[in-house]
Write a protein of this length. Structure first.
Length: 242
């Protein structure tokens, strides 16, 4: 295997072997995306390791984690600065990684190119036999035996009608050998860890402000998922101190 060069393709899906992680692997809380996008694939040739994670989306990462009470700062700049520090700190508050450690892309036949994001990307990949196998292998290696210190997983993305939540819950139940019990619509747990799904940092349009319940979206239906996520995070941290 050649890092960031070896690829495997099945039908319209392709993965590139480039597993990376950032931050403190032995922290209480782990933050996971779905996979590294195209802005990260190949980036080690052009930029330092600590500049790759969430490239171009760190303000949204800060906003989302601040909403559930895990990042301090009242402005986007201060929240983004906090994310910058934590990604670079091997002894910091979080490790940062992804459920699929390799880059996942889907071929857009209409445009004739490979894309690392788009509607239904998360749940559609995991729903295929290829994607399910890749996800199982990654989860077995990286999430089946987490650090003893880790008690809370924050996972970016909920999927269409929470399909990704359900698929991830089933996957983690399988690889951890324990049934993940439902906490609420976007969270589940076993006897050791709680997993909370939040809005994806690269969501398009008004999805992020809707989830945050900002401004005119204060009473939006999607804001309920943000409230459920905040409650589940508090629930997880209370389990640690109980």
């Amino acid at each position: 295997m050649v890092f960031d060069r070896t690829q495997r393709q099945e039908q319209s899906w392709r993965i590139t072997a480039n597993p990376l992680a950032w931050g403190n692997p032995n922290a209480l809380i782990a933050v996971l995306g779905f996979s590294k996008g195209q802005t990260q694939s190949g980036a080690l040739d052009r930029m330092p390791h600590d500049e790759i994670a969430y490239k171009g989306n760190r303000p949204n990462v800060g906003r989302i984690l601040a909403h559930v009470g895990l990042v301090k700062g009242s402005t986007r700049d201060s929240q983004t600065a906090a994310i910058d520090r934590m990604i670079a700190d091997s002894n910091g508050l979080f490790p940062f990684g992804s459920l699929i450690r390799c880059s996942v892309e889907r071929h857009d036949d209409l445009e004739g190119e490979w894309k690392g994001s788009g509607g239904g990307m998360l749940d559609k990949f995991v729903a295929t036999s290829f994607g399910s196998n890749v996800a199982r292998n990654c989860a077995t290696e990286f999430l089946g035996d987490l650090s003893e210190a880790t008690r809370l997983l924050i996972m970016f993305g909920m999927g269409t009608k929470q399909n990704y939540v359900r698929q991830a819950r089933g996957l983690l139940s399988e690889v951890r050998g324990s049934q993940m019990r439902e906490v609420n619509e976007i969270a589940y747990e076993d006897d050791r860890i709680t997993v909370v799904h939040v809005e994806h940092f690269a969501s398009q349009g008004d999805l992020i402000p809707q989830w945050l319940g900002e401004g005119k979206y204060k009473g939006h239906d999607r804001a309920e998922y943000g409230r459920l996520a905040r409650w589940a995070v508090n629930h997880a941290l209370e389990r640690v101190t109980a």
